[in-house]
Design a protein around this ligand. Sequence first.
Ligand SMILES: Cc1cc2nc3c(=O)[nH]c(=O)nc-3n(C[C@H](O)[C@H](O)[C@H](O)COP(=O)(O)OP(=O)(O)OC[C@H]3O[C@@H](n4cnc5c(N)ncnc54)[C@H](O)[C@@H]3O)c2cc1C
Length: 354
Amino acid sequence: MAKKIEIAGAGLAGLVAGITLARRGCEVRVHEARRYIGGDLSYADSTIMDVAALEAELGLDLEEALEPWTLTRAWSYGRKYEFGLPRGVEGFTVERGKGEHSLENVLYRQAVAEGVEVLLGSRLSKQEIKELPPGSIIATGLDREAFEAMDLPCRPFFCHMATGRGDPSRPSVIIYLDGFTREFGYYFQRGEAAGALVFSVQRPMTDGEKEEFKAKLAAGDGIVFDTWSDRIASWAAWPLGSWSNLRLLQGEKILAGTLAGLISPVLLFGVNGALVSGKIAALAVDDRDAALREFKRLTPLYWPQFAFRKCREYLPHAVLKPLTRVILSTYDPDSFPYAMLFALYPPGCKFSVR
Ligand SMILES: Cc1cc2nc3c(=O)[nH]c(=O)nc-3n(C[C@H](O)[C@H](O)[C@H](O)COP(=O)(O)OP(=O)(O)OC[C@H]3O[C@@H](n4cnc5c(N)ncnc54)[C@H](O)[C@@H]3O)c2cc1C
């Protein structure tokens, strides 16, 4: 008889886990809180991605949701840095949200084709999450209740964001590491659609910080948005929360995506991490030890990321400013340390368990 598996959350990690398990002959049911696939926001994630390796390893078609970067720029404390990626490394903006070509909708269609049952409008309460059978996969993204139900450390974050029309002649991705944010800000552009957002941890941004971000966007690249929103405030196993945020297993349940600690878009966790962890969560259904080994092997950048984030959170700007400048001005895509960083990039590693 086919094994029955319950998954909470039809986001990136939950859908990849569902597809993988359905292909292995399991009967898969995914509970999705919303009545549609994709969040309330339509925006684009930015990431480097080894599309061919990821598609081959996951057995998925992702390209419909992807658009290559044209140019990347960083602004830090008033200085501009233009970026190239090392040879052979490609960057993409990834459509997210309700749109037909968003990554979650691209995965949803593949999940349905594989026979995965997706229950829309099926929000699981804390108690229902706790009561899911052993071996269930929890992939509920930023939802605080799931963290609490699973007794996982998490922390709040706040985001100030605008979306609107962009100018295709601008860089596709602009990163802001500056005095007005303890995390980072960025601007993205996909065709004529564009957006800017700045993350803040622990407390909402002050009005002064918001104005500074807007002023930097306008002064640096002539980017002006009329309507800004503070709507995105949520909870995450943000890598700053605790050394032990990175975890695949919690009691009898299996974690995937954000809940497993794989959220940040800096240093390559985020979309890549969510997709890869969906596959590893599926592997854990049959072989927990092998999946755990794989999870550890494919997350070598967690500790450097943790250290980087802690520095940005606690170092005074008097120290951060010269430090950030040294890092950005010595960036050379072909130098050994940076090449090593990209070589550690998880989806480039082959899965050792199938
Ligand atoms: C504003 C923002 C900008 C980002 N930018 C980038 C970027 O530039 N690059 C990058 O790589 N990453 C970025 N990320 C991170 C990336 O989006 C996440 O890592 C990725 O979406 C995580 O996937 P997931 O499967 O864990 O969660 P999601 O894809 O969010 O899916 C979770 C799903 O679970 C559902 N759900 C929640 N609670 C319940 C419940 N109780 N019952 C049933 N269903 C439930 C939700 O409705 C949702 O559909 C960004 C994230 C945010 C918030």
